[in-house]
Design a protein. Structure first.
Length: 370
């Protein structure tokens, strides 16, 4: 009887290991966009009646209630808020190091607010946040700090519905290169709850995992509102990762690996690292409604960029690939012009694009009906 129980336990263990093995192999298989999205839908946009003088540059966009919030980096005011009903424009958050001022800001996706975070403060082990909410009609700015019981380098990328924050698990002690996960999740007390996102499948077979994995961070995050689902879309290489915190699951869809030229000294230590010329610039932005992710695709090799010294000025595309919250491919949308950044309305009715007029090259906001 005991032998039968041992045999049963062994068989169950083997089955579980087999399932895990198959899932891992399936998860790392290279896919093709044309097979995931065999049909294309053409979209024609309408240009907002906003003076280009009100639009400077754009690091990230997000819809908060009836406002389009735009994060800038080159002007004194970091955030531009545009009322999408009457086109009133507000400028918010001074750039600097004083009270209610921010510098080295990073967009942090969250529910019903526009949040920026500053890089980790080693002085008091905290992340500093600037939050813009629209409780009535006028955007309101508030500042707060989150203490962390760890030593990080970056601010948060996503704030989950239960006030959990998602960070790069990157420490000043250089430990990250020995880890396999992309994100670390902390609660509001600063306790580490979970690390997620196995990046082993994102490393080209035969490459030295530690060094390559350490650099697979060029891209953007998006969160589906009112849920604990979020995604990461890679700009260096072409892949997208879907996270479900409640189910503790991660799904990868890989269309092309990140490629790096790494040189070593005689002892095997890294001398230099650079993105390979034949590495594809993949998803240059991602946004989400309550049910759908929208990934903006560029799809050119890095060597094809016109100005490598100012690469972000060349990042633009007209192809949007959409996925469900669970990572299922849905639709390929082709826009009538190239855009640089995108934002989706939470209800999924509209997609907004930051674009340049093809003739005058002035900045414009374009809205597409979905």
């Amino acid at each position: 009887m005991k032998d039968n129980k041992k045999l049963t336990t062994l068989l169950i263990t083997i089955c579980i290991l087999s399932i895990i093995s198959c899932t891992s192999k399936k998860d790392s298989v290279i896919k093709t966009l044309s097979k995931d999205f065999p049909k294309s839908i053409e979209l024609k946009g309408e240009v907002f009646n906003i003076s280009s003088d009100s639009l400077d540059d754009c690091e990230k966009m997000k819809i908060v209630n009836n406002y389009l919030m735009i994060l800038s980096s080159t002007t004194d005011k970091l955030v531009t808020a545009i009322n999408i009903n009457d086109f009133r424009v507000y400028r918010l958050i001074d750039k600097g190091r004083g009270p209610n001022e921010f510098i080295n800001q990073r967009f942090c996706d969250s529910d019903n607010a526009f949040v920026i975070s500053q890089d980790f403060s080693f002085r008091d082990n905290s992340i500093r946040y600037g939050t813009i909410i629209v409780p009535q009609d006028t955007p309101v700015f508030k500042e707060y700090r989150l203490k962390i019981k760890d030593t990080l380098t970056y601010g948060a990328e996503v704030i989950l519905s239960h006030n959990h924050a998602v960070y790069f698990p990157f420490t000043n002690r250089g430990e990250y290169q020995y880890m396999t996960n992309r994100v670390a999740i902390f609660n509001e007390e600063g306790d580490l709850l979970k690390t997620m996102g196995d990046m082993t499948s994102l490393v080209i077979p035969g490459e030295r995992e530690k060094e390559v994995r350490f650099r697979n961070f060029s891209g953007n995050y998006a969160k589906t509102p009112n849920s604990n689902n979020f995604a990461f879309a890679s700009k260096t290489g072409t892949y997208i990762e879907f996270y479900d915190y409640d189910k503790q699951s991660t799904l990868h869809r890989i269309y092309g690996y990140s490629k790096y030229d790494i040189s070593y000294n005689e002892n095997g230590a890294i001398l230099s690292t650079s993105v390979s010329a034949d590495c594809e610039v993949g998803f240059i932005d991602i946004t989400a409604s309550e049910t759908t992710y929208y990934a903006l695709y560029m799809g050119v090799q890095r060597s094809e960029l016109k100005n490598l010294s100012v690469q972000k000025l060349d990042y633009k595309g007209s192809d949007i690939y959409t996925y469900s919250k669970e990572g299922k491919p849905l639709k390929h949308l082709h826009l009538d012009r190239e855009v640089r950044k995108i934002a989706a309305s939470p209800d999924g009715k509209y997609l907004y694009g930051w674009s340049n007029n093809p003739e005058t090259y002035e900045v414009e906001i374009v809205r597409y009906s979905l």
